[in-house]
Design a binder for this molecule. Structure first.
Ligand code: 5GP
Length: 190
């Protein structure tokens, strides 16, 4: 998606070798119009597919998922990274190593909001090594919900997580796919 690629070039910042900082439009301050266009693009790509719910993970996935959900006309459920008392005990859980925080979280989703046979579109902001996504996939499997597709805002393709999950048979549509990122030179896949 050209609009997102151009925005990354214009406003993205590099933090160390593998971290792209996009907190002026995606991860901290949010450009809602850009998110709206991203939602429309996923809706266009999934025209004709039955989707009953969008699943994401807190925190940065939520805004993106909500804008997409407006296009699809479905609710959003987000996986929580810590067990708060109001979730109760009836939840699915999976372990996810956090690339940015360098720790392992148990992520959880209440069984009330993810049920057998639902048609799920998973959304997240970044795809790097694929740990966060693999945890969301595990949760859907546990719930016996069907994953129709996966929408990623920015896939750092060279880190390999996307292709690992594609090789399991899942469809992933990344709106910006980074082929290489070297200091401040960024190359996108065609
Ligand atoms: P993975 O689990 O695929 O290794 O990493 C995905 C998660 O780590 C995303 O949910 C995102 O929050 C975070 N992440 C990975 N790479 C980046 C990055 O370059 N920049 C930012 N801001 N977050 C990232």
């Amino acid at each position: 998606m050209k609009l997102l690629e151009e925005r990354i070039i214009r406003d993205g910042a590099f933090l160390g070798k593998d971290i792209l900082k996009v907190d002026s439009f995606l991860n901290h301050q949010i450009d809602v119009s850009l998110l709206e266009e991203m939602g429309k693009e996923w809706k266009r790509l999934y025209e004709g597919c039955e989707i009953t719910k969008i699943l994401t993970i807190e925190a940065s996935g939520i805004g993106i998922a909500c804008m997409a959900a407006r296009e699809f006309g479905v609710p959003v459920v987000f996986a929580k990274k810590s067990k708060s008392i109001n979730v109760g005990n009836d939840f699915y859980s999976a372990k996810a190593y956090s690339f940015t925080h360098q720790n392992t979280n148990d992520i959880i989703v209440s069984k009330k909001y993810l049920t057998k046979g639902e048609k799920i579109f998973i959304i997240d902001d970044f795809l790097a090594n694929g740990a966060a996504l693999a945890a969301l996939v595990d949760i859907c499997k546990e719930a016996e919900a069907e994953i129709v597709g996966i929408g990623i805002a920015i896939e750092k393709w060279y880190q390999g997580g996307g292709d690992k999950i594609r090789s399991l048979g899942y469809r992933i549509d990344s709106l910006a796919k980074i082929k290489s990122m070297d200091n401040d030179v960024i190359e996108f896949m065609d």
